[in-house]
Design a protein around this ligand. Structure first.
Ligand SMILES: [Zn+2]
Length: 255
């Protein structure tokens, strides 16, 4: 069984067949899904989805693209939502210097405040970080984020950064990019990621694996990622499933 640690089933790409698709997951080797919030609205939707399906869980948080939504009021609402037992993480939070939608100082401030919240409610964090490796790592150090731990979702940095993140005790989220022709940098970084620190994720509806690249992604396509991961690490697909599931349980579900 597979745990999809990063999905966005609230996305309008699933409006046509959301319930049908989600109902089919347990019969298709998907054990659990964490639906991740990206702003206050999708955070509320993630919690609602988690209340509707026993195997869907929620992460609550505000993505750097919406970092200007973070204020005392929204932070209080996020904290309130963490009392729900289906909420298993704070995310996705971090820095995005690729899109640079929000002033970088505001992004950093929102990231720090949500790490502080994670520590307060004792939940791990799901980190979104794009073209901001140094600042992300600096903030994780400064805020002592390792006290709650978490995952670098959709890992996109170098082998060297992976070594630092590994030393900090964080996990690595691996998805469709691993199967891409231009996924060479990720396959190299994977060499220094210990097996017990790897989590499977879709980031659906985005980042569908080959041979579905460009199409709508969903948890049912994770076996294509499992296959490449098994090849890269020289283990069986069964081992990949078992180990990544254990990892997800350790980080998100062992209370
Ligand atoms: Zn995401």
């Amino acid at each position: 069984m597979i745990i999809d640690t990063h999905a966005h089933y609230n996305d309008e790409a699933f409006d046509e067949d959301r319930d049908e698709l989600l109902k089919s997951l347990p019969n298709n080797n998907i054990d659990r899904v964490i639906n991740v919030g990206a702003d206050m609205n999708s955070t509320e939707e993630s919690v609602l989805l988690s209340e509707k399906f026993p195997y869907i869980y929620a992460a609550v948080g505000v993505h750097p693209d919406s970092a200007d939504e973070i204020n005392d009021f929204s932070l209080a609402r996020l904290e309130e939502l963490c009392k729900n037992e289906k909420v298993v993480a704070i995310g996705e939070i971090g820095l995005d210097y690729y899109w640079d939608n929000v002033d970088r100082e505001i992004q950093k401030d929102a990231f720090r405040k949500q790490i502080a919240l994670a520590k307060k409610v004792n939940l791990p964090i799901i980190i979104h970080s794009r073209e901001a490796a140094k600042d992300t790592i600096d903030i994780l150090f400064e805020e002592k984020a390792e006290e709650v731990g978490g995952v670098m979702h959709c890992y996109s940095y170098t082998k060297e950064s992976a070594e630092i993140i590994n030393k900090l005790g964080f996990y690595f989220g691996i998805g469709g990019v691993l199967t891409f022709k231009n996924g060479k940098k990720l396959r190299e970084a994977l060499e220094v990621m210990p097996l017990d620190r790897i989590l499977l994720e879709t980031d659906c509806p985005y980042l569908a694996p080959v041979p579905f690249r460009g199409k709508r992604n969903c948890s049912l396509l994770l076996p294509y990622v499992v296959e490449v991961l098994a090849e890269c690490k020289g283990i069986t697909t069964e081992e990949v499933e078992r180990i990544t599931k254990d990892n997800a349980e350790r980080l998100f579900f062992d209370k």
